[in-house]
Design a protein around this ligand. Structure first.
Ligand SMILES: O=C(O)CCC(=O)C(=O)O
Length: 193
Protein backbone atom coordinates (compact mmCIF):
# COMPACT_ATOMS: atom_id res chain seq x y z
CA UNK A 1 0.00 0.00 0.00
CA UNK A 2 1.33 3.44 -0.86
CA UNK A 3 1.96 5.86 1.98
CA UNK A 4 -0.70 8.14 0.53
CA UNK A 5 -3.46 5.60 0.94
CA UNK A 6 -5.80 5.56 3.88
CA UNK A 7 -5.71 2.46 6.07
CA UNK A 8 -9.13 1.16 7.10
CA UNK A 9 -9.56 1.64 10.86
CA UNK A 10 -6.78 3.09 13.03
CA UNK A 11 -5.81 1.28 16.20
CA UNK A 12 -6.79 4.02 18.65
CA UNK A 13 -8.23 2.89 22.00
CA UNK A 14 -11.85 4.01 22.30
CA UNK A 15 -12.42 4.42 18.56
CA UNK A 16 -15.12 2.23 17.07
CA UNK A 17 -16.22 2.26 13.45
CA UNK A 18 -19.46 0.62 12.32
CA UNK A 19 -19.93 0.58 8.54
CA UNK A 20 -23.51 0.44 7.25
CA UNK A 21 -25.04 1.47 10.56
CA UNK A 22 -27.90 2.96 8.53
CA UNK A 23 -29.74 1.60 5.52
CA UNK A 24 -29.90 3.74 2.38
CA UNK A 25 -33.59 4.38 3.14
CA UNK A 26 -32.77 5.58 6.67
CA UNK A 27 -30.02 7.79 5.30
CA UNK A 28 -32.42 9.34 2.77
CA UNK A 29 -35.04 10.01 5.44
CA UNK A 30 -32.48 11.61 7.76
CA UNK A 31 -31.11 13.86 5.03
CA UNK A 32 -34.64 14.98 4.08
CA UNK A 33 -35.46 15.74 7.74
CA UNK A 34 -32.24 17.71 8.27
CA UNK A 35 -32.71 19.71 5.08
CA UNK A 36 -36.29 20.48 6.09
CA UNK A 37 -35.14 21.69 9.53
CA UNK A 38 -32.78 24.11 7.79
CA UNK A 39 -29.26 25.28 8.43
CA UNK A 40 -27.64 27.97 10.54
CA UNK A 41 -24.67 29.94 9.36
CA UNK A 42 -22.73 29.73 12.59
CA UNK A 43 -19.92 31.86 11.21
CA UNK A 44 -17.90 28.77 10.40
CA UNK A 45 -16.67 27.40 7.12
CA UNK A 46 -19.54 24.91 7.06
CA UNK A 47 -23.25 25.07 7.79
CA UNK A 48 -24.50 23.65 11.07
CA UNK A 49 -27.79 23.02 12.83
CA UNK A 50 -28.02 22.19 16.51
CA UNK A 51 -30.84 20.37 18.26
CA UNK A 52 -31.42 19.90 21.99
CA UNK A 53 -28.70 21.60 24.02
CA UNK A 54 -27.06 24.36 22.03
CA UNK A 55 -23.31 24.63 22.29
CA UNK A 56 -22.10 28.22 21.85
CA UNK A 57 -19.35 28.21 19.24
CA UNK A 58 -18.49 31.84 20.04
CA UNK A 59 -18.49 31.37 23.84
CA UNK A 60 -16.96 27.90 23.44
CA UNK A 61 -19.11 26.51 26.23
CA UNK A 62 -22.46 25.10 27.15
CA UNK A 63 -24.50 25.34 30.33
CA UNK A 64 -27.78 23.82 31.60
CA UNK A 65 -29.60 27.01 30.47
CA UNK A 66 -28.60 26.30 26.87
CA UNK A 67 -31.36 23.71 26.44
CA UNK A 68 -33.69 24.88 23.65
CA UNK A 69 -35.84 22.02 22.48
CA UNK A 70 -36.22 18.26 22.66
CA UNK A 71 -34.63 16.40 19.79
CA UNK A 72 -37.06 16.03 16.91
CA UNK A 73 -38.60 12.53 16.61
CA UNK A 74 -36.32 11.49 13.75
CA UNK A 75 -33.24 12.34 15.81
CA UNK A 76 -34.64 11.03 19.09
CA UNK A 77 -35.17 7.57 17.60
CA UNK A 78 -31.51 7.36 16.50
CA UNK A 79 -30.47 8.71 19.91
CA UNK A 80 -32.42 5.92 21.67
CA UNK A 81 -31.04 3.32 19.28
CA UNK A 82 -27.46 4.39 20.07
CA UNK A 83 -28.11 3.92 23.79
CA UNK A 84 -30.12 0.70 23.42
CA UNK A 85 -27.35 -0.78 21.26
CA UNK A 86 -24.85 -0.10 24.07
CA UNK A 87 -22.97 2.32 21.85
CA UNK A 88 -23.46 5.27 24.20
CA UNK A 89 -23.90 5.17 28.02
CA UNK A 90 -27.04 7.37 27.98
CA UNK A 91 -29.52 8.70 25.45
CA UNK A 92 -27.80 11.70 23.83
CA UNK A 93 -29.49 15.05 24.43
CA UNK A 94 -27.53 17.07 21.90
CA UNK A 95 -27.42 16.61 18.15
CA UNK A 96 -25.37 18.64 15.71
CA UNK A 97 -25.73 18.44 11.95
CA UNK A 98 -22.75 19.63 9.88
CA UNK A 99 -22.96 20.23 6.11
CA UNK A 100 -19.69 20.18 4.17
CA UNK A 101 -19.37 21.04 0.50
CA UNK A 102 -16.38 19.60 -1.36
CA UNK A 103 -13.36 21.58 -0.19
CA UNK A 104 -14.82 22.21 3.27
CA UNK A 105 -13.70 20.44 6.43
CA UNK A 106 -13.24 20.90 10.14
CA UNK A 107 -9.98 21.80 11.87
CA UNK A 108 -8.30 19.49 14.35
CA UNK A 109 -10.10 19.70 17.67
CA UNK A 110 -11.12 17.77 20.76
CA UNK A 111 -14.85 18.17 21.38
CA UNK A 112 -15.91 20.42 24.25
CA UNK A 113 -15.26 18.97 27.69
CA UNK A 114 -18.90 19.53 28.69
CA UNK A 115 -19.82 16.44 26.68
CA UNK A 116 -18.65 12.90 27.18
CA UNK A 117 -18.79 10.15 24.56
CA UNK A 118 -19.55 11.07 20.95
CA UNK A 119 -21.26 9.25 18.11
CA UNK A 120 -21.08 10.62 14.56
CA UNK A 121 -23.06 9.41 11.57
CA UNK A 122 -21.74 10.08 8.07
CA UNK A 123 -24.30 10.77 5.37
CA UNK A 124 -24.09 11.12 1.56
CA UNK A 125 -20.32 11.24 0.95
CA UNK A 126 -17.19 9.53 2.15
CA UNK A 127 -14.18 11.48 3.37
CA UNK A 128 -10.96 11.07 5.28
CA UNK A 129 -10.96 11.99 8.95
CA UNK A 130 -7.56 12.55 10.49
CA UNK A 131 -6.51 12.02 14.09
CA UNK A 132 -3.56 13.68 15.81
CA UNK A 133 -2.33 12.70 19.25
CA UNK A 134 -2.32 15.73 21.55
CA UNK A 135 1.05 14.92 23.14
CA UNK A 136 3.08 12.94 20.62
CA UNK A 137 1.67 14.48 17.43
CA UNK A 138 1.26 10.97 15.94
CA UNK A 139 -1.21 11.00 13.04
CA UNK A 140 -3.76 8.40 11.96
CA UNK A 141 -6.52 8.40 9.37
CA UNK A 142 -9.88 6.76 8.86
CA UNK A 143 -12.01 6.53 5.75
CA UNK A 144 -15.57 7.44 6.76
CA UNK A 145 -18.13 5.92 4.45
CA UNK A 146 -21.69 7.19 4.06
CA UNK A 147 -24.10 5.46 6.48
CA UNK A 148 -21.26 4.59 8.85
CA UNK A 149 -21.09 5.38 12.55
CA UNK A 150 -18.02 6.52 14.43
CA UNK A 151 -17.86 6.28 18.22
CA UNK A 152 -15.20 8.23 20.13
CA UNK A 153 -14.64 7.50 23.80
CA UNK A 154 -11.64 7.13 26.10
CA UNK A 155 -8.32 7.99 24.48
CA UNK A 156 -9.91 8.53 21.06
CA UNK A 157 -12.21 11.13 22.60
CA UNK A 158 -9.81 12.90 24.96
CA UNK A 159 -6.19 12.31 23.91
CA UNK A 160 -6.54 12.55 20.15
CA UNK A 161 -7.75 15.51 18.13
CA UNK A 162 -9.84 14.79 15.06
CA UNK A 163 -10.43 16.85 11.93
CA UNK A 164 -11.39 16.66 8.27
CA UNK A 165 -8.91 18.23 5.81
CA UNK A 166 -10.22 21.12 3.72
CA UNK A 167 -9.91 19.62 0.22
CA UNK A 168 -12.02 18.38 -2.67
CA UNK A 169 -10.62 14.89 -3.04
CA UNK A 170 -9.12 12.20 -0.85
CA UNK A 171 -6.86 9.32 -1.69
CA UNK A 172 -8.32 5.98 -0.71
CA UNK A 173 -7.98 2.41 -1.98
CA UNK A 174 -5.32 3.38 -4.47
CA UNK A 175 -7.17 6.20 -6.21
CA UNK A 176 -8.33 9.78 -5.92
CA UNK A 177 -11.90 9.97 -4.66
CA UNK A 178 -13.86 13.15 -5.29
CA UNK A 179 -15.89 14.33 -2.35
CA UNK A 180 -19.61 14.98 -2.71
CA UNK A 181 -21.58 17.24 -0.36
CA UNK A 182 -21.52 15.47 3.00
CA UNK A 183 -23.65 15.75 6.12
CA UNK A 184 -22.63 14.43 9.51
CA UNK A 185 -24.92 14.04 12.45
CA UNK A 186 -23.13 14.11 15.78
CA UNK A 187 -24.83 12.86 18.95
CA UNK A 188 -23.44 13.95 22.29
CA UNK A 189 -24.41 13.62 25.92
CA UNK A 190 -24.44 16.70 28.13
CA UNK A 191 -24.57 15.31 31.69
CA UNK A 192 -27.40 17.08 33.50
CA UNK A 193 -27.05 15.54 37.00
O1 LIG B 1 -18.24 15.61 10.38
C1 LIG B 1 -17.83 14.78 11.17
O2 LIG B 1 -17.89 13.57 10.95
C2 LIG B 1 -17.22 15.22 12.48
C3 LIG B 1 -17.84 16.44 13.06
C4 LIG B 1 -17.09 16.93 14.29
O3 LIG B 1 -15.95 16.62 14.51
C5 LIG B 1 -17.78 17.80 15.21
O4 LIG B 1 -18.94 18.17 14.98
O5 LIG B 1 -17.17 18.18 16.24
Amino acid sequence: MSLLETPSVPDIPGLRYLPDYLTAAEEGALVAAIEQAGWENGGMRRLVRQFGYRYSFSRRSMAPGDFREALPNWGASIARRLHQGNLLPAVPNQMLANRYLPGEGISFHVDAAEFNEIAALSLLSACVMEFRHGKTGEKQKIWLEPRSLLILEGAARWDWQHGIPYRKRDRHAGREQLREPRISLTFRIFPTE
